[in-house]
Structures are given as structure tokens and as C-alpha cells.
Design a protein around this ligand. Structure first.
Ligand code: EPS
Length: 410
């Protein structure tokens, strides 16, 4: 019997696919993306800018002082333009130099000390059992959020592609622990303020309180999580589809965000708040608009209806748990001796929510790029852009209903 279509295998070979490799203290991170159309203007600075933003944020640990993440594009780009071939990116781990004895790919001359006390909350215990590893390091190195640097590099490529289609993606931190931000009205103000803020927060007063909360957690040898929101503007109506479960764009975005290390919850639009409201106070009335033809008076749906983008800004939120590597560790069991002991600690961040918000932008960019290419196709930017223009003209023609046009019922 052949494979069950749609359950185990994609509907068809994805036009846009990507992959990362690399251990936290290995030689480097590798990222490969295939399916970016030819003829997209791409500079390494686009990647480096997002990599630098991922390293920011009050509450980061010692590792960020060691690394200065820079992308090295080694394939798929020539003379500043994409070729349509796979794009390969390398990011060196500067810290690798201090880990040669423990992270060499060749057999060890003398076996390094093992990590045997798994950290509650990390992949350590389930990963060691699943992969049958006596040294928890064999799992934690890949499970580490260091891998997100590779995602951000690919996300930056996606961002450049999306911006050629008129799509802009930004994120802002709306909560750290108990401190909640009150972002100002207007998406552009939120975007600009968040970009200028070390905490990626659009509310300067909340940002001060967030820093205080992080300082307090650091003093207590503890960690803090939070919530960030990712917004995508200019997304054309019609990405994703209602016709099959795995083609729903809301599901793809939730998957993309939930796949980020330490993310435990994802909301779209009103999210869980909608469960408290009545339908009349939840859904977005359809109204006429001079410029757009039809628009919505609100955006509780977060830009998605029936798993399809509806032309309004896409708004997603992700909840990050507090980092599980604790300076004052929780009880664990030593896997070598079976004795009760405290979980391992080397170093960690106190809070990495601002960094995770940049990773969230990257994941949303990647998910939207995939959906856009599925809708529009195109091996070159000329073709993709032409397809977008043609499709938008077709959609606009359907939206310009004369105000006085009688309906059948009349
Ligand atoms: C990270 C690198 C890691 C951690 C952090 C994220 O470096 P190291 O393990 O050398 O300290 O700082 O990852 C975690 C806290 C975690 O639990 O995975 C990075 O580059 O973002």
C-alpha cells in the first residue's frame, strides 16, 4: 500500500522549503532555503540586521557577549540577486573555540565529562530517552535556542521577498511576567517604537517596569517569560485555503510560532478572548471603503477567516515560558547514579522574550512566503510579481460593487 495522501506526506512537493542544522557549541549553524524566486535583490546586510536584533534585549546571558552573529551566504545568490537555486547560509559559533575538546566531530581522545542531570522544562530527559544518549549534551546542544539564529537568517530572506510584494512584518513585546504593555494606537507607531526599543516594546513606561521585573528575577536567580505579538501588514487577501486542514494559513502560522523553543501558546486576533465574547462583539463587520472597495470596521479575526488571509493585518501572539535553565535549579535525578540531585546549570539568559519576538517575525515571514508562493507561484520575481498584479486586479474587480446595485432579494 502506498502512503496515505495528505496525512504523512505533503499534498505535493512544497515549492518553498527550508532546513537548519547546527549544535549550540558546534562549529557553525547552517541554513538552507529552496524556492525563493530568481531576481530578488538580496544583500547579506539584510540578514545581519535581523541577526543583530535577535541578540538584543535586557536579560540576555553571557553567550550574547561572545557571539556577534554574521551571515555568510555561500550559495544561491550572485551579484546581489537570487538565482532561484537553494540559498545556503553559514553563521559561525565564536564560542566553539572554547568547546573543541567537547564538541569535535571526530572521536574524542579522552571522553568529556557527561551532563547527566536533566533540566526540567528542557528537551534533556525526553530527548535522551528517545535518542538513547547517555550524555544529555547530545540532546541539549541541538535543542538550544541558539538554533533560532539560523531561522532568523532565513526569515530575513523571506522578509526581503515579502517586502517586494508589499508585505511588512514586525513584532513587539506585550508582556514580561506580570508586566503588561499598553501599546499606542496605530500599527506604524507600534512598529517604530518597538524597533527603537531594547525590549522591542512599544510602551516606554511598561518597558521600564519590564526591566525592573527582569532585574528582580535575576536577583532571585530565576527566569521570566512573556508574550510577543507579530503583525503582518499588506498581506493580500487569499493566502491559505479553507479546502483542506493543512492548507489553512492560521494553522500554518500557529505551527510556525509554536515551533519556536519555549513557546507554549499561540493566539490569532482576539484568540482566547473571543471565547468570552458574544458573536456580535467578536466578528468584523464588512463595510465599504473608497480606496479598498470593501474593508472591516475591526480586526478581531486577526486578518484570517476560514484559514484564508482576508486583507486585514495578520495579528498573532505567542506566549513564551520562562527559560528552563535555572541558576537555582529544580530537583532532578542523576541519570548515571539514579540519585536525587539538582538539575545541571552552566549559564543561561534571565529573559529572552525580545529575542524570541525577532524569531517570531522570522517564522511568520517564512510561513507567509510559503503561502504566497503557493498562491502565486513563479520561478522569477518578474513572474511572481506579475501573477500578484493579475490576481489583485481580478480581486479588485470583484470588490468594486456599485453602491446602488440591487440584490436578488430586492
Ligand atoms: C542562545 C544561546 C545559548 C543560550 C540560549 C540562547 O547559549 P549557551 O547555551 O552557550 O548559553 O544563551 O539558549 C537557552 C537559554 C536555552 O535554554 O536553550 C542564543 O543564541 O540565542
Amino acid at each position: 500500500m502506498g502512503p496515505t495522501p495528505g496525512l504523512c506526506f505533503p499534498r505535493k512537493m512544497a515549492a518553498f522549503r527550508w532546513f537548519t542544522a547546527g549544535e549550540s557549541h558546534g562549529a557553525e549553524l547552517i541554513a538552507v532555503v529552496e524556492g525563493v524566486p530568481a531576481g530578488l535583490e538580496l544583500r547579506v546586510e539584510h540578514l545581519d540586521e535581523d541577526l543583530a536584533r535577535r541578540q538584543r534585549g535586557y536579560g540576555r546571558g553571557g553567550r550574547m557577549k561572545i557571539e556577534q552573529d554574521r551571515a555568510i551566504i555561500v550559495a544561491g545568490v550572485r551579484g546581489g540577486q537570487t538565482l532561484g537555486s537553494p540559498i545556503a547560509v553559514r553563521i559561525e559559533n565564536r564560542d566553539h573555540a572554547s568547546w573543541l575538546d567537547r564538541m569535535s566531530t571526530a572521536p574524542f581522545e579522552s571522553p568529556p565529562e557527561r551532563v547527566t542531570r536533566p533540566r526540567p522544562g528542557h528537551a534533556d530527559l525526553p530527548g535522551s530517552l528517545k535518542y538513547d544518549r547517555a550524555d544529555v549534551r547530545d540532546v541539549l546542544e541541538r535543542a538550544s535556542a541558539r538554533e533560532t539564529a539560523a531561522r532568523v537568517a532565513l526569515g530575513a530572506i523571506s522578509r526581503v521577498f515579502l517586502s517586494a510584494l508589499g508585505v511588512d512584518v514586525f513584532a513587539h513585546v506585550v508582556r514580561i511576567g506580570e508586566v503588561e504593555a499598553s501599546p499606542p494606537a496605530g500599527l506604524e507607531v507600534v512598529r517604530d517604537r518597538a524597533r527603537a526599543s531594547e525590549m522591542a516594546c512599544a510602551d516606554p513606561d511598561a518597558e521600564r517596569r519590564m526591566r525592573d521585573a527582569i532585574a528582580e528575577a535575576a536577583h532571585d536567580k530565576d527566569t521570566l517569560g512573556g508574550v510577543f505579538e507579530v503583525v503582518a501588514t499588506g498581506v493580500p487577501v487569499g493566502l491559505g485555503s479553507h479546502v483542506q486542514w493543512d492548507r489553512r494559513l492560521d494553522g500554518q502560522l500557529a505551527h510556525a510560532l509554536m515551533s519556536i523553543q519555549a513557546i507554549k501558546g499561540v493566539e490569532i486576533g482576539l484568540g482566547f478572548e473571543a471565547a468570552r465574547r458574544r458573536g456580535s462583539a467578536t466578528h468584523d463587520a464588512i463595510v465599504r471603503d473608497e480606496r479598498l472597495g470593501l474593508t472591516r470596521s475591526s480586526n478581531g479575526a486577526g486578518g484570517l477567516e476560514g484559514g484564508i488571509s482576508n486583507g486585514m493585518p495578520i495579528v498573532c501572539r505567542a506566549a513564551m515560558k520562562p527559560i528552563s535553565t535555572l541558576r537555582r535549579p529544580l530537583p532532578s535525578i542523576d541519570l548515571e547514579t539514579g540519585a536525587a540531585s539538582l538539575a545541571a546549570f552552566e549559564r543561561s539568559d534571565i529573559c529572552a522574550v525580545p529575542a524570541a519576538s525577532v524569531v517570531g517575525e522570522a517564522m511568520v515571514c517564512l510561513a507567509l512566503t510559503r503561502a504566497a508562493l503557493e498562491k502565486l507561484g513563479g520561478d522569477s520575481m518578474t513572474e511572481t510579481s506579475r501573477n500578484l498584479r493579475g490576481y489583485l486586479a481580478q480581486a479588485a474587480a470583484r470588490l468594486t460593487i456599485p453602491a446602488s446595485e440591487p440584490t436578488i432579494d430586492e
